[in-house]
Write a protein that binds this ligand. Structure first.
Ligand code: NI
Length: 182
């Protein structure tokens, strides 16, 4: 299954091609689901607040403060995901600004790993992502959405140092293709 947080090109990207090649279903919010369905992709549709139970685990859709447009127009609003598999909980924040209701996510879920954007300009930067981790209290955070182009330059080691110093939680910088076991 493919989970897509919003329609921006660096996220929706080549979802259609990958879904058709692999036969994976795509879990998305309604507006993106309509867009993908029209292109012949099999979707699992819901919206923010919704919980899904699958054989592999549980997915719940949470808010993100961000847009969700393609060149053809706006497709709903952005979201983030909680994914619970075999008792382990991952929070993928998608692209988002800091928002206080992240506290509600950690009220409900004991988060093992949180993936947080740190690139600034379009999302949280390093300092707001550290504040987000104060709300989320994930055991380990993974910085994402930085240094892929000059507009979103950030130092992931600086982020990890601040997380450890101010929140006392773990932090892992992952390169493309690398994996983390927690
Ligand atoms: Ni985006």
């Amino acid at each position: 299954m493919i989970l897509v947080t919003h329609a921006h090109d660096d996220h929706l990207g080549d979802t259609v091609e990958i879904a058709k090649r692999t036969g994976a279903k795509v879990l998305v919010t309604s507006e993106i689901a309509d867009y993908l369905s029209a292109k012949g992709v099999e979707v699992e549709e819901g919206h923010i607040g919704g919980t899904f139970e699958f054989p592999f685990g549980i997915v719940k859709i949470f808010p993100a403060v961000h847009g969700s447009s393609t060149k053809e127009g706006t497709l709903g609003i952005a979201c983030s995901f909680i994914i619970k598999i075999d008792g382990s909980v991952l929070y993928h924040a998608g692209d988002t600004a800091l928002f206080g209701d992240m506290r509600l996510i950690s009220e409900e879920f004991d988060i093992d790993v949180a993936m947080l954007p740190i690139g600034g300009r379009y999302t949280m930067g390093v300092d707001d992502a550290v504040r987000a981790e104060k709300f989320l209290m994930a055991r380990t955070v993974i910085p994402m959405h930085y240094n892929t182009w000059e507009g979103i330059v950030a130092d992931p080691r600086d982020f990890c140092r601040k997380v450890k110093e101010t929140v006392g939680k773990g932090c892992a910088v992952l390169g493309p293709g690398e994996t983390l076991e927690v």
